[in-house]
Design a protein around this ligand. Structure first.
Ligand SMILES: [Mg+2]
Length: 122
């Protein structure tokens, strides 16, 4: 089981994700925008997976993940991007900052948990 960081400005989505992940035995920490997500990561350096929204106030997801990618302590953490829609340009940018998978919202719990299991190897 893993410690997972969820970063999304939608409180509803965060609580849905938390529920699904906790039911599968994972521990969840949250950030409500990119700035807060980085703060949460800094105080939880043992996070093993990051689920990150694209559009958020203060700092968007790709900007936040760019900062994570520049940080030697955090740049090996796998990342899933949460998105309502994705285009080729966004996927290229995501790839550059280490995005491993794209999760379309509304998410399907079984699918998400399968992808989490695969990336964590447990
Ligand atoms: Mg958003």
């Amino acid at each position: 089981m893993a410690k997972i960081l969820i970063v999304d400005d939608s409180e509803t989505l965060r609580s849905q994700l938390r529920k699904a992940l906790e039911e599968a035995g994972h521990e969840v920490v949250e950030g409500y925008d990119g700035v807060n997500g980085l703060e949460t990561l800094n105080s939880n350096p043992d996070v093993q997976l990051i689920l990150c929204d694209v559009n958020m106030p203060e700092m968007d997801g790709l900007t936040m993940l760019g900062k994570v990618a520049e940080n030697d302590s955090f740049n090996k953490i796998p990342i899933f991007m949460l998105t309502t829609e994705s285009n080729a340009d966004m996927k290229e940018k995501g790839k550059a900052v280490g995005v491993k998978a794209w999760v379309t919202k509304p998410f399907v719990p079984e699918k998400l948990l399968g992808a989490v299991k695969k990336v964590l190897g447990s």
